[in-house]
Ligand binder design. Structure first.
Ligand code: FES
Length: 172
C-alpha cells in the first residue's frame, strides 16, 4: 500500500514533458524560411509572390519548427501606407505575417484576389483582409487569421512576438 502510495507521489511529481523544439509555436527571434528549398532566412525582398508560406526556424539551433502545421506562417508584402492599425505596427517593411491555416476547416490560405487585395482560402472561398489584421471579409469562416508580428534584423524577417489570436480550426 505504502509502495503504491509512494509510486503515485513520484509519478505525479514528474515535470510535464517539454515540447519538442520543432513542435513549439514561433518564438521571438525566430527566422522564417520557405517550406520548399534550402532553409535560408527570408528577407522582405524574398516575399515577391502574392504570398509565401514559411516555417519559423530557431536562430541558434537552426531547428525548423515544422512539427505542427499550425506553425505555418503566411507572409505577404504590401504597401505599408495601406496598412491599418494594429497591422501596421506588426509589419516589417510592409511584410505581414499570419497563420497560414484557415480557421474554417484547416486548408492553407494560398489564394490571392489581386483586384481586391484579399487573401482567399481555396477550399470554401473565405476571404481575409491582410491590411486589417486578416479580418473576415466574407465566406463561411468564423474567425480572422492569427497575426504574427514581425521585425527586421540584419536584413532578415524575424518573429517579433508570438502569434496573436487563436490558431487552428473553429470547432462547432
Ligand atoms: S477551409 Fe478555408 S474556407 Fe473552408
Amino acid at each position: 500500500m505504502l509502495l503504491l502510495g509512494s509510486a503515485f507521489v513520484a509519478a505525479t511529481a514528474l515535470p510535464a514533458a517539454a515540447a519538442e523544439p520543432a513542435d513549439e509555436r514561433p518564438q521571438e527571434g525566430d527566422f522564417l524560411v520557405g517550406t520548399d528549398g534550402p532553409p535560408t532566412p527570408l528577407g522582405p525582398n524574398d516575399i515577391s509572390a502574392p504570398q509565401v508560406i514559411a516555417w519559423p526556424m530557431d536562430p541558434v539551433t537552426k531547428t525548423i519548427r515544422d512539427g505542427s502545421r499550425l506553425n505555418k506562417v503566411l507572409l505577404i508584402r504590401l504597401d505599408p501606407a495601406t496598412l491599418e492599425q494594429p497591422t501596421q505596427g506588426r509589419a516589417a517593411d510592409g511584410v505581414v505575417g499570419y497563420s497560414a491555416i484557415c480557421p474554417h476547416a484547416g486548408c492553407e490560405v494560398t489564394g490571392w484576389q489581386a483586384d481586391q487585395l484579399m487573401l482567399e482560402c481555396p477550399c470554401h472561398n473565405s476571404r481575409y483582409n491582410p491590411r486589417e489584421a486578416a479580418a473576415i471579409v466574407d465566406g463561411p469562416t468564423m474567425r480572422a487569421l492569427a497575426s504574427l508580428p514581425l521585425k527586421i534584423v540584419d536584413g532578415k524577417l524575424v518573429v517579433a512576438k508570438p502569434f496573436i489570436g487563436r490558431l487552428g480550426v473553429v470547432s462547432s
